[in-house]
Design a protein around this ligand. Structure first.
Ligand code: PLP
Length: 378
């Protein structure tokens, strides 16, 4: 049929059948919707009788490739990707059937925004959060028996004090009390810990960090041990709509491929840096759990001014509000990740003004130490 140029401009070249050859890397399917030859097929895909994609908020081949990769690596039943780590944590909490009157038993050592989501946003919908120190599991058990929470939530390695959670024992406490255990595995990554295998019910990640690894994308992912939780996660994705962009899914999928080599190098560097810092006269305390690529230090001069002076003097290491990237970066928790936590609470939790969190990168360790050495002497 002969068509006008204005029509041709809209349709020319589009919707060509895929060639038989398989692309070796997953393409970016930058398409909001997907069409089929007939309405009957669309109806079948909508109804779940036929596999396929309909609308990118419901699913997309590029995002699905990332979800499948992380599901397999975390050894879960189901994975669902979201626009950011916070969107993923929100989805995991909502998918855990929280409703007005529910209680969450949360680690006191959580990323500040996770604490904010619980105490400010979900609290307005009648969800109560009680914080406990997950390093004191007897207290966690006592509180779980007393409060009968719906959900327990903790981080594998906590932000910013780097306390390691005993996931097996935390999961046992959750299950004895009919609760789910959600673990934020951002700091450890599935390369170092697979929480579902240790008994957690749901794992969340800020993929912005180690999974992506290059500070050029944001994303979040939730993996569940149970298919039913998977259905709830898809429902949050469809109805709340915080889906991951296809370009970001592509970047994170690419990042995953080098996760093991990056982590090996970053963990070796972190171990060496922690050893150096423990001996430094200007450093009062080093938080390094022997696992992972983060090291937090408390300066002997425990003031914001001393922390800023040290951070401003760094020449190679980047002052950046993130972690898990190929480059070494520093962050001041009291004024960044935990800024919105009340000062009294920060003090109670040990997030002091002289605390600096170092995310160790893949650079040559001698260069990292030399930069920190000169900055500490300023
Ligand atoms: N969880 C942890 C442990 C984090 O450190 C962060 C961000 O720093 C998040 C979740 C939130 O991730 P995003 O910034 O991708 O929303």
């Amino acid at each position: 049929m002969k068509r006008d140029i204005t029509t041709k401009l809209v349709h020319a070249g589009e919707r060509r059948p895929l060639p038989e050859a398989l692309p070796v890397a997953t393409p970016i399917y930058a398409s909001a919707t997907f069409t089929y030859n007939s309405m009957a097929e669309i109806d079948q895909v909508f109804g779940g009788e036929k596999q396929g994609f309909i609308y990118t908020r419901y699913g997309n081949p590029t995002i699905a490739a990332l979800e499948e990769a992380v599901r397999e690596i975390e050894e879960g039943a189901f994975a669902c990707a979201y626009a950011t780590g916070m969107a993923a944590i929100h989805a995991a909490l909502i998918a855990s059937d929280l409703k007005a009157g529910s209680t969450v038993l949360a680690s006191q050592d959580l990323y500040g925004a996770t604490t904010g989501l619980l105490n400010n946003v979900l609290a307005n919908f009648g969800v109560k959060t009680v914080h406990v120190d997950f390093n004191d599991l007897e207290t966690v058990r006592g509180k779980a028996r007393e409060l009968r929470p719906q959900v327990l939530i903790a981080e594998t390695i906590s932000n910013p004090l780097l306390k390691v959670c005993d996931i097996e024992r935390s999961a046992a406490i959750a299950h004895e009390n009919g609760a789910r255990l959600i673990i934020d595995n951002t700091f450890a990554t599935p390369y170092l810990r697979q929480p579902l295998k240790l008994g957690a019910d749901i794992v969340v990640h800020s993929a912005t960090k180690y999974l992506g690894g290059h500070a050029d994308t944001m994303g979040g992912i939730v993996v569940s041990r149970d298919d039913m939780d998977g259905l709830a996660l898809v429902s949050v994705m469809k109805l709340v709509g915080g889906v991951l962009g296809v370009w970001d899914a592509h970047e994170i999928l690419r990042g995953l491929k080098t996760l093991a080599v990056r982590m090996d190098r970053q963990c070796d560097n972190a171990r060496a840096l922690a050893g150096y810092l423990k001996e430094h006269e200007r450093v009062g305390r080093v938080h390094y759990p022997g696992l992972g690529a983060l090291v937090s230090i408390e300066l002997r001069d425990d003031t914001k001014e001393a922390a800023f002076r040290f951070m401003d003097a760094l020449q190679l290491i980047v002052r950046s509000t993130s972690l898990g990237d190929v480059f070494t970066s520093v962050l001041h928790p009291a004024t960044a990740s935990h800024r919105d936590i009340l000062p009294a609470r920060r003090a109670e939790w040990g997030i002091v003004d002289g605390l600096v969190r170092i995310s160790v990168g893949i650079e040559k360790i001698d260069d990292i130490i030399a930069d920190i050495d000169q900055a500490l002497s300023v």
